[in-house]
Design a protein around this ligand. Structure first.
Ligand code: GLU
Length: 379
C-alpha cells in the first residue's frame, strides 16, 4: 500500500455514482457498499480526512415508491429523492458504523457552494465533523432544488465540495476506469489516458456525451468537474468503481486517469481574493502591523486603528497603511461588529471579549495578499 495512487493525499473527497450503489431494480448494492466502507475506513485509519459525495437518492427512491417509468417527471424525481435520501443516509450510517465511524448528512444546493457566506458555514460544519472523526456524507438537496438552481449531477457538485474544503484529491468512482481518447462504447479503438496534465479543448472533446443508465453525468460532467477541481489546486482521479473494493483496487494499481492540479490551493485562494470586485470594508493599521504583514504575519486586531464598512466573516476587506494607501487585501476572520469591539486590543483580552474558540486574527496570513509585491505580480 506504500506509495499507492492515493498515498500523497491527506484530504480526499470521494464521489460515488448512482449506478454503483443501486442496481437496475432499484435495490441497494449492499455487499458492494460494505466493501467500499471497509476501503474508506482503511484510508481514514491512515490519517486521512474523507468526505463522501454520494448519489443514489433518486435511484433508491424510485424503487421504494414503485416509480418504474424510464423518465420521471420533475415532481416524481423530487419525491423519489426525498424518500431515497433517508434510505441512502441510513445505508451509509450502517456501512461506516460497522467500522465505528459516525456519519453526518449534508444536503447542498448551488447557492451554498457559490455564496461565500453559506459556503463558510457549510465548510465549517464539514471541518467540524472531520475534526470529530466523522465522515460527512453529501448529496444535492434534490427534493427542494428547482430546475434553475441545481447542479443536477454530483460530478460538478463533488468538485465544488472538494475545492470548498480544500481537499487535495477528488476521486470520482464511476462505471469506467478513466478518460479515453473517445467514448469506448462508441469507438472500440479508443485508448485510455493515464494522466491529464491540463484540461485542453482536445481533452474536453474526448469526453463525448456518454451516460450510463442511472447517472446523468457521463464523461462530460466528469471533465467539467476536473476543470473546477484542478483550477483550484485539487487533483482528480477517475476510476472504475463497479467491482467490490474499488478504492483498494485503485491503491493496488488499478487503471485510472489522474488529472494534475493546474495551480496550488494557496495560489487559487489568493487569486480569488484579488478577484473580488468590491471589498466589503476597510481596516486601517498602524506602522507596526503594516511591518508585520510585510514579514508574512497575520493581521491581529491590536494593530487596527480604524474600521470602515459593514462586513461579515469571510468577506474580502482592504487593509490600508497609516497613510491610507491600500497595502493588502484579505478574508476577514471577524464580522465588522466584533472587529470594532476588539480593535486595538491584545489577543488575550479578545478571547475574553469574544469568548474562547473565537479566532483572534483579523485576517489569517493564509487569507491575505500583499499589494504591490512580487506575490501579487505572480497571481
Ligand atoms: N443527486 C442525485 C441522487 O442522489 C444524483 C445526481 C447524479 O447522478 O450525479 O440521486
Amino acid at each position: 500500500m506504500r506509495d499507492h495512487a492515493l498515498a500523497p493525499y491527506r484530504r480526499i473527497t470521494i464521489k460515488i455514482g448512482s449506478a454503483l450503489l443501486v442496481d437496475k431494480t432499484g435495490k441497494l448494492r449492499k455487499a458492494w457498499l460494505d466493501a467500499l466502507a471497509q476501503d474508506i475506513a482503511g484510508l481514514k485509519a491512515e490519517g486521512r480526512d474523507i468526505v463522501v459525495v454520494s448519489s443514489g437518492a433518486i435511484a433508491l427512491g424510485r424503487g421504494l415508491l414503485g416509480l418504474s417509468a424510464l423518465t420521471l417527471t420533475l415532481e416524481q424525481s423530487q419525491a423519489a429523492a426525498s424518500a431515497g435520501q433517508i434510505a441512502l443516509s441510513q445505508a451509509w450510517a450502517e456501512a461506516l458504523g460497522r467500522h465505528a465511524i459516525v456519519t453526518g448528512q449534508i444536503l447542498i444546493t448551488p447557492n451554498i457552494t457559490e455564496e461565500r457566506r453559506y459556503y463558510l458555514n457549510a465548510r465549517t460544519t464539514i471541518q467540524t465533523l472531520l475534526g470529530l472523526g466523522a465522515i460527512p456524507i453529501i448529496n444535492e438537496n434534490d427534493s427542494v432544488a428547482t430546475a434553475e438552481i441545481r447542479y443536477g449531477d454530483n460530478d460538478r457538485l463533488s468538485a465544488r465540495v472538494a475545492t470548498m474544503i480544500e481537499a487535495d484529491m477528488l476521486v470520482l468512482l464511476s462505471d469506467i476506469d478513466g478518460l479515453y481518447t473517445a467514448p469506448p462504447a462508441k469507438d472500440p479503438s479508443a485508448t485510455h489516458i493515464p494522466v491529464v496534465e491540463r484540461i485542453t479543448p482536445a481533452i474536453e472533446a474526448m469526453a463525448g456525451g456518454a451516460a450510463s443508465h442511472l447517472s446523468r453525468g457521463g464523461m462530460t460532467t466528469k471533465v467539467e468537474a476536473g476543470k473546477i477541481a484542478t483550477l483550484a489546486g485539487t487533483a482528480m482521479i477517475i476510476a472504475k468503481g463497479t467491482e467490490t473494493h474499488p478504492l483498494k483496487a485503485l491503491t493496488e494499481g488499478g487503471l485510472h486517469t489522474l488529472f494534475h492540479p493546474s495551480t496550488t490551493r494557496a495560489q487559487s485562494r489568493k487569486r480569488w481574493i484579488m478577484g473580488t470586485l468590491a471589498v466589503a470594508g476597510t481596516v486601517q493599521v498602524d506602522a507596526g502591523a503594516a511591518g508585520a504583514l510585510k514579514q508574512g504575519r497575520s493581521l491581529l486586531p491590536i494593530g487596527i486603528t480604524k474600521i470602515a464598512g459593514a462586513f461579515e466573516r469571510g468577506d474580502t476587506i482592504a487593509v490600508t497603511g497609516p497613510d491610507g494607501r491600500e497595502i493588502a487585501r484579505g478574508l476577514s476572520g471577524l464580522d465588522s461588529d466584533d472587529a470594532r469591539l476588539v480593535m486595538g486590543k491584545r489577543s488575550d483580552v479578545i478571547v475574553e471579549l469574544l469568548g474562547a474558540g473565537n479566532r483572534a486574527e483579523m485576517i489569517h496570513r493564509d487569507n491575505l495578499v500583499l499589494i504591490g509585491t512580487k506575490e501579487t505580480v505572480e497571481l
